[in-house]
Ligand binder design. Structure first.
Ligand code: ATP
Ligand code: LTN
Length: 331
């Protein structure tokens, strides 16, 4: 049976970018690939690579776990767990640090972007992050890893690390393949369509969170940056903001961009934005209701306990063999 693995960091409130680039894809894949196992986790160890407030972090961990289910993942077909609750993730992460080079880590765009934003307190774990991410994936012999476009480079490095390990110690880890959606892999900031929509951004007007109420969603879409051309057309070069809104529209409604463009050919941005705002509300409202019903439930705790157990079982056996391959310990 093929295995799909992916994770989300509890660094801020989940955005529409996380939903369209990642969670919605997980749900679609789960519906399509009925012969696959799904290992999905909350990447809390990755979150602390930048400073977090402990009680907020703990709350967001459960928020993300609940959101996975609220967005439509089937709890009976998902091994849902918290990264820090399976200690083998860290163990393999450390071993993989010895199988990745400084030069490779220095080339990572996410590291470069994050250090450019905050130059004074860059932790060493932010730098070695891709080794832990590779461990998150190859520890479970993932065949596929669904992620947004920004994670492509980390996935390539994961493949390099897995191949390097296999070449050196003999075939051991499955080399994973990324799955990046055709539409929605890179949702841009509503106020600055040159940069990706990010949950750790300071300008709230630039992103829609999965918790925003209908009025806020509509207001943010209404004030999204467009252009003075005034014609609904998909032209990412000259109408970047609008192209992003069209992408969001297509992705959230599962429609084709060209069909949406056609629908608004005799219309204006005002009508287009109103309809888009409503389309987002229509999708997020039921998700929020489900989230509210599950986040404090004992059911969620059971799902996470169960997930921890299954993930630990796999990870424990894999790590025992891995350490033997590397020559660690006594036998
Ligand atoms: P941060 O902004 O704190 O770095 P993030 O949202 O980029 O956080 P994660 O929460 O770990 O990082 O991302 C979870 C998943 O969501 C990943 O697969 C990532 O590729 C995807 N994702 C994040 N932002 C976007 C976006 N703007 N468009 C599409 N996919 C996205
Ligand atoms: N690095 C990713 C989050 C992440 C992840 C993973 C995604 C951590 N471990 C394993 C897929 C598989 C990010 O910053 N968005």
């Amino acid at each position: 049976m093929k295995r799909i693995v992916s994770g989300i960091k509890p660094t801020g409130t989940l955005t529409l970018g996380n939903y369209l680039g990642a969670i919605k894809q997980f749900v679609k894949l789960q519906q399509k690939m009925t012969d696959c196992e799904f290992y999905l986790f909350v990447a809390d160890l990755h979150a602390i690579t930048v400073r977090q407030v402990p009680h907020e972090l703990r709350k967001r961990i459960l928020d993300i776990a609940a959101m996975y289910i609220a967005c439509g993942l089937d709890k009976d077909r998902t091994v849902l767990y918290i990264q820090s609750e399976v200690m083998q993730n860290v163990e393999l992460g450390y071993i993989l640090q010895s199988n990745v080079y400084m030069g490779e880590l220095e080339r990572m765009t996410q590291f470069k972007d994050k250090t450019a934003k905050n130059e004074t307190s860059i932790t060493s774990s932010l730098f070695t992050y891709p080794a832990l991410m590779a461990a998150d994936i190859i520890l479970y012999d993932a065949d596929y890893v669904p992620v947004g476009d920004d994670q492509k480079q980390h996935l390539e490095l994961t493949r390099t690390i897995a191949n390097r390990f296999n070449n050196h110690y003999g075939d051991f880890f499955t080399v994973p393949e990324p799955l990046i959606p055709e539409v929605g892999a890179r949702i841009m900031d509503l106020q600055n369509p040159e940069k990706k929509m990010s949950k750790s951004d300071s300008n709230e007007k630039g992103y829609i969170t999965l918790f925003d109420d209908p009025a806020t969603i509509k207001r943010k879409i209404k004030s999204a940056v467009t252009d003075s051309i005034g014609i609904v057309n998909y032209d990412p070069k000259n109408q970047r903001g609008l192209a992003n809104l069209l992408t969001i529209y297509a992705s959230i409604t599962d429609r084709k961009i060209e069909d949406i463009v056609k629908q608004y050919e005799d219309s204006n941005y005002k009508q287009f934005k109103e309809d888009l705002g409503q389309a987002i509300v229509d999708v997020l409202q039921p998700i929020q209701e489900k989230y509210n019903a599950i986040v404090k439930s004992s059911e969620l705790q059971e799902i996470l306990n169960n997930g921890r157990e299954i993930a630990t079982n796999y990870a424990f056996k894999k790590m025992r063999k891995c350490k033997r391959k590397v020559g660690l310990g006594r036998k």
